[in-house]
Design a protein around this ligand. Structure first.
Ligand code: KG4
Ligand code: ZN
Length: 371
């Protein structure tokens, strides 16, 4: 099964062609990602209108490149998958409209993929792991611990009550005068810093659930920076190291809680899987490794280019859904807000549950869930 995947939910314009065998990992035939970072950097974050315009300008070319590199014609595809949400509405419209036009002209099935589901299933593309597994998804817009029980079968065990982890890294970077996106820069500065110099809080530590809270940590960091202002280069390094250490401690504690909940409800996970841009952080990877070891499971972290937003994960999720007979109609609407728990799967489709039968409702005005 060969599927084209299109990703335009945030600030990457991406397309890829992926082959899914009947069992085991997939094969990436092409994976083209155009990052818009330079177009947003001056604003210290993603500007939705700039993102949508950039997607319009780039998407056709990115798709053409992905098809050429894969050596496939549209007629040779089994389906066309597109991220239909959650994300910024402008980008979603660009991606979904393009995918619908291709599906109509090439007479191929359209698969509207949930961007979070695509992150959740990437470890099956790369490592062919089996269900059920425990997912730690940490990106600029999401922080979630999820039990992945099957395609379209996700149970959220924990989430953030305020900022996402990537967002906290980005805000910390901004506060300390580092560029956007801040995560990799905070990590780099932290390498030369003292993680014990500032006593920052570890929010939610020891709470009997798997939820996160990051905004208090961010505020505490700001107060420390203001207290010692003007800050030197070494101060920045120490602040970054102290912040990162606090995040690492919180991640370890929350994941232990999440894995305990997983075990109580679903038995042993086949793996602990990390996804999202934050999983590129070495200190966080190291603690994930430790927690996985403690509970006797293996850690699976897809490579950095597959952890961050890309078209291959959309193509793969589309292929997984298509293999189960799930496809979407040309009147499918983009969904800026689309929680994983609302994604329908083969069971909801078969039993005719509300999730399968409800028409895609237009999102509430202003509702947005970044990816
Ligand atoms: O999944 P992703 O590529 O995109 C979206 O959020 O849509 O994640 C990007 C986020 C940003 O907040 C970025 O600062 C963070 O992941 N990030 C990192 C690192 N690399 C990327 N955070 C901490 N350490 C890193 N090395
Ligand atoms: Zn993402």
């Amino acid at each position: 099964m060969v599927v084209l995947g299109i990703e335009t939910t945030c600030d990457e314009t991406a397309a890829a062609v992926v082959e899914r065998p009947d069992a085991g990992p997939g094969k990436i035939l092409s994976n083209i990602v155009l990052s818009q970072i330079s177009e947003h950097a001056a604003f210290g974050g993603v500007v939705p209108e700039i993102a949508a315009r950039a997607h319009v300008e780039a998407l056709d070319l990115i798709i053409a490149k992905a098809m050429t590199q894969a050596g496939r014609s549209f007629a040779a595809l089994d389906g066309i998958a597109v991220a239909a949400g959650p994300g910024l509405i402008g980008g979603l419209i660009v991606g979904l409209t393009t995918a619908k036009a291709l599906a109509l002209v090439a007479e191929r099935p359209l698969i509207a993929v949930n961007h979070l589901e695509a992150h959740a299933l990437t470890a099956r593309l790369t490592d062919g792991i089996l269900f059920p597994y425990c997912l730690f998804l940490a990106s600029g817009g999401h922080t979630q611990i999820v039990a992945v029980r099957g395609v379209g079968d996700y149970v959220r065990l924990g989430t953030t009550v305020d900022d996402a982890i990537g967002e906290a890294f980005d805000k910390t970077a901004k506060l300390l005068g580092l560029d956007y996106p801040g995560g990799p820069l905070v990590e780099r500065e932290a390498l030369g810093g003292n993680p014990a110099r500032f006593a920052l809080p570890r929010p939610m530590l020891g709470k009997p659930n798997a939820d996160f809270s990051l905004s208090g940590l961010k505020t505490a960091l700001r107060l420390e920076a203001e207290r010692i202002a003007p800050i030197s280069g070494q101060d920045v390094r120490d602040l970054c190291a102290s912040f990162q250490q606090a995040v690492v401690d919180v991640v370890a504690d929350r994941l232990r809680g999440g894995l305990k909940m997983f075990h109580a409800r679903f038995g042993f996970p086949t793996a602990l899987v990390a996804a999202g841009g934050v999983a590129a952080n070495e200190a966080i990877r190291a603690v994930l490794q430790r927690v996985a070891f403690e509970v006797g499971t293996t850690l699976v972290v897809p490579s950095a280019e597959l952890c961050t937003d890309n078209g291959a994960m959309i193509a793969w999720a589309g292929a997984e859904r298509l293999a189960l007979g799930l496809r979407d109609t040309l009147d499918t609407a983009p969904l800026p807000r689309w929680p994983l728990a609302d994604v329908r799967g083969p069971l909801s489709a078969r039993t005719g549950s509300p999730a399968a039968e409800a028409p895609a409702l237009p999102p509430a005005a202003g509702a947005s869930e970044q990816t």
